[in-house]
Design a protein around this ligand. Structure first.
Ligand code: SAM
Length: 408
């Protein structure tokens, strides 16, 4: 059933927010505040609904044409239909509203990406019938893609070669294909079910992919230590670099790291959830000493390698919640960088920080829910001094937030 609604707000995940005639809140993806739209309900709940926009009856003046041909069906981008300036305003507004929940009503600075498009250095695509694509928003309905305008253009050039290779082989048990730009080269990693048996003797036409580095991995997700990865073609990229987490936007990641470095001079620093150790290495230049803690083995291996010449660095491989409580009994720290995965920090990590003498926290997060939850607890002991958005994911409602806190 169709209904006409006024969009009066934006939700944290980038949907327009309106009110149905019965008073329920409705979320309408790809709509902007101050628009009047005709909608079809797609999910109905007791207090709120989700809807698809059928027609825009009144446009927000900041609406622009989306660059992507799949924008309407894809779940990847939320803001391609907003001007760059308006996207920035919306992101600041969204973050301010989230941080008001922990009593912060100060400034929010915004650092832009160098490019709004073609910035992503990694992509994960679905594979179906030898084609590559994505799932439609909030479904598992596959659609084929020939482009993805937020991806690095080197990755996009690889798409047709990958499909040709898939057609030659018609693999059983293939789930995803990952693309990652490492040292300016494109790594292509085919992810198979963990029980799939691929006999390399039967693999056909590998030379189709001769301009790329090719990997086969077996497991549920690429970044898991349980997944086994093998180099199939090329020797320039270490498989550990393909498997380990990396920030998707090199330019913004550099600015974020520089920003953290600027407050680390002469300090004793813990870099918790440290990934491949790029920030650890950078911090070692100015800090007194740095300890990196990272769970994933591949990322730890890379971190060990890139930090090997730094005398004031120690990298641990393990869980922050297990290593930190023991470490602070023996060593003093002035500052901790927290950059956890989406689920945020375990309570024992927050307890440990509050109970020891760490004066300063730099909390980096890409998830409001866990950030706000953790800040609520930290706010008893620390005061928020600074909040910055690093626009790591333009065109999407995701944002990298950096919050600097000081002990009261
Ligand atoms: C958002 S990434 C940040 C990585 C790094 N700071 C960077 O800038 O590239 C989170 C990292 O935390 C790691 N991780 C997840 N859970 C962890 C845990 N319990 N203890 C230590 N590291 C963990 C992940 O493997 C991932 O590398």
């Amino acid at each position: 059933m169709s209904e006409i609604v006024d969009i009066f707000d934006i939700s944290y995940d980038g949907s327009g927010v309106g009110k149905l005639s019965d008073g329920r809140i409705v979320f309408v993806p790809k709509c902007l505040p101050n628009e009047k739209v005709c909608i079809d309900l797609s999910e109905v709940h007791s207090k709120h609904c989700l809807a698809k926009c059928k027609e825009i009856l009144k446009k927000n003046t900041n609406r622009v044409e989306a660059k992507c041909p799949y924008f309407e069906i894809c779940g990847g981008c939320d803001f391609q239909h907003a001007s760059e300036q308006y996207e920035r305003e919306l992101k600041i507004e969204i973050l301010k509203r989230e941080l008001a929940k922990v009593g912060y009503c100060g400034q929010v600075e915004f650092t832009s990406s160098l490019n709004r498009y073609f910035y992503r250095n990694k992509l994960k695509l679905e594979v179906k019938d030898c084609q590559i694509g994505y799932f439609q928003a909030r479904t598992h309905k596959f659609f084929r893609v020939e482009t993805c305008p937020i991806a690095d253009e080197k990755i996009l050039k690889a798409f047709p070669f990958v499909e040709s290779f898939l057609k030659e082989n018609n693999f059983d048990g293939i789930k995803n294909v990952y693309f990652k730009v490492v040292q300016n080269k494109v790594a292509i990693c085919f992810l198979f079910d963990k029980n799939a048996k691929i006999d390399m003797k039967n693999v056909k036409k590998l030379q189709i992919l001769r301009d790329f580095e090719v990997f086969f991995a077996f497991g549920d997700i690429l970044e898991s230590d349980k997944t086994k990865i093998f180099s199939i073609f090329g020797d320039k990229i270490n498989p550990a670099c393909v498997q380990a987490f990396n920030q998707v936007n090199d330019y913004v990641a550099k600015l974020l790291y520089q920003d953290i470095l600027s407050v680390a001079k002469e300090k004793r620093v813990v870099n918790a959830y440290s990934g491949q150790g790029e920030l650890t290495k950078l911090l070692s230049k100015d800090a007194k000493y740095v300890v990196g803690i990272e769970l994933q083995k591949s990322a730890h291996i890379v971190a060990e390698r890139i930090c090997e010449s730094e005398k004031n660095v120690k990298n641990y491989c393990g869980r922050v919640e297990e290593i930190l409580p023991e470490m602070v009994k023996e060593q003093q720290f002035d500052m901790i960088v927290l950059d956890p995965a989406r689920e945020g920090c375990k309570q024992i990590v927050l307890d440990t920080i509050c109970q020891c003498n760490i004066q300063e926290i730099v909390y980096v997060s890409c998830n409001f829910a866990s950030l706000v939850r953790d800040l609520k607890f930290l706010a008893n002991t620390y005061i928020i001094e600074e909040v910055k958005i690093f626009d790591m994911f333009p065109c999407t409602a995701n944002m990298e937030t950096k919050v600097r806190l000081r002990k009261k």
